[in-house]
Design a protein around this ligand. Sequence first.
Ligand SMILES: Nc1ncnc2c1ncn2[C@@H]1O[C@H](COP(=O)(O)OP(=O)(O)OP(=O)(O)O)[C@@H](O)[C@H]1O
Ligand SMILES: [Mg+2]
Length: 529
Amino acid sequence: MPDENGAENLQELTEDAVVEEVEEVEGADGIVDDVPEGDDDADIAKSFKDLGLSQGLQTTLSELGYEEPTPIQARAIPVLLGGQDVIGQAQTGSGKTAAFGLPMLDFIEPENEETQAFVLTPTRELCIQVTQAMRAYAEHLDGVEIVAVFGGAPIREQQARLRHGAQVVVATVGRMMDLINRQSLVLTSSRYVVLDEADEMLDLGFIEDVEKILRMCPSGRQTALFSATMPAPVARLAETYMYDPVTVKVTPKKLTVDSVEQAYVMVEPRDKLERVVEVLKAEEPEQAIIFCRTKIGCSRLERDLSNKGLRVKALHGDLSQGQRDGVMISFKEHKVPLLVATDIAARGLDIEHVTHVINYDLPNTPEIYVHRIGRTGRVGRTGRAITFATEKQAEDLKTIERVVKAPIGEWERPEERLEHAPRPRRKERRRDRAGDRGAPEAGDPDAPDSNGLVKLFVNRGHAGGIEEDDLRWALTEGAVIPEDAIDSIRVMDRFSFVELNADQAEKAVEFLDGTKLKGKQIRMEVARS
Ligand SMILES: Nc1ncnc2c1ncn2[C@@H]1O[C@H](COP(=O)(O)OP(=O)(O)OP(=O)(O)O)[C@@H](O)[C@H]1O
Ligand SMILES: [Mg+2]
């Protein structure tokens, strides 16, 4: 869960999305979202209170530091509370779990012990994470039991929990089938069903069992599908399991998140290991996930990186559940900086300090690319995604670039030291982005506020050893900014904000972005407002 500061920053990100990026599309069967086009923001609730959620949930959300709903939450929650089926698509890290989870919790009748709702997820790790999120959301709802059922863990314990009553079940498909076959789980009262990562759940590996599961639920059930990617054929297929679905699509033209900078490295297959070590040394990620195509490749890379003296763990399906849990805990608790993983880590996982995603092997589809790189740049943070491709894969890389509609430039090493030299490459890129949006307008991040100040975001805070004096020093000594042009410096746990006279802001970014402060690379950019 994010702290208050994370939430604040997410707000900035989401407001931006509402202004520029919300689009309503026709549902698979021609049913459109209730909100008429062009009248977008007028009808969209700006607070959780306006969404119609119960008081208990509202209390929890403010305790969690969720100040405002994200766009997908603002749009999908009222539709779900109204009892309609929803196909929800929004970028990675945009709060889809709460978008389907909060209405689900308000749907539950606590006095009824039957399983009234369930969520299906493609992996055990995501099942555990969604369960934790749902439990956190249910903190002030008395008598709502949420039980996780997933493979690899002792089935007896899960059966015992189900016997005690589980109104909400979060499950992986195989284990759910197993429990149904053993009559430990009955779905005849499950009237609210969610497929998280729905395009994956409706893919070949799962579809047969998912169909069987859906057939066991009452026909009058409410069904919701959520994912950051929803290829058209999947949306059409989905419709056959739904009743009059409303499509709620909150995506910009790009499928990937703007706060993730994307680059590629062209590499000979035999040089891959050397190059990944070089990239890791240059980038100094706080934490990185390095994706491999196969389980064997994954263990091999873990061994090779360890042999090179790097601290790394591997996550793949050949490990026991105990091992998988151990790896996830040490990575989530920031005890190990590098995780080498297969695509079991590609979808849904929400890990706070992941600053880098490296595609050591090219993903099989552009959709998987979107999900993999979405493990960084979440909750308003920035991140970097670096993709390795061999000459033979150059075309595949281009396909990815075309489908995700985001530029993937050649990787360049970050600057080594706090240097005073201007850095035109970055400046140009910022201009390009501004150019995409056309002329500056209200809400344009580069525009000064009414006091003539511009707010800058710095990706380090107390946790990175940075204090107010360090930033002041970097601004005055490093970027030669006069002391009186600095209006305020706010250092938070994981990042900081600096407010400067507008005429100094560009210089600050130019001089300091990508340089090092107290031995760590800092990123500085104009905060969205
Ligand atoms: N309204 C909100 N305010 C602040 N933080 C939020 C809000 N909603 C969700 N979050 C936080 O945002 C993070 C991302 O949420 P979540 O995992 O649900 O994203 P997602 O859309 O499901 O992403 P993915 O496509 O990768 O699965 C979580 O840490 C969550 O606690
Ligand atoms: Mg998710």
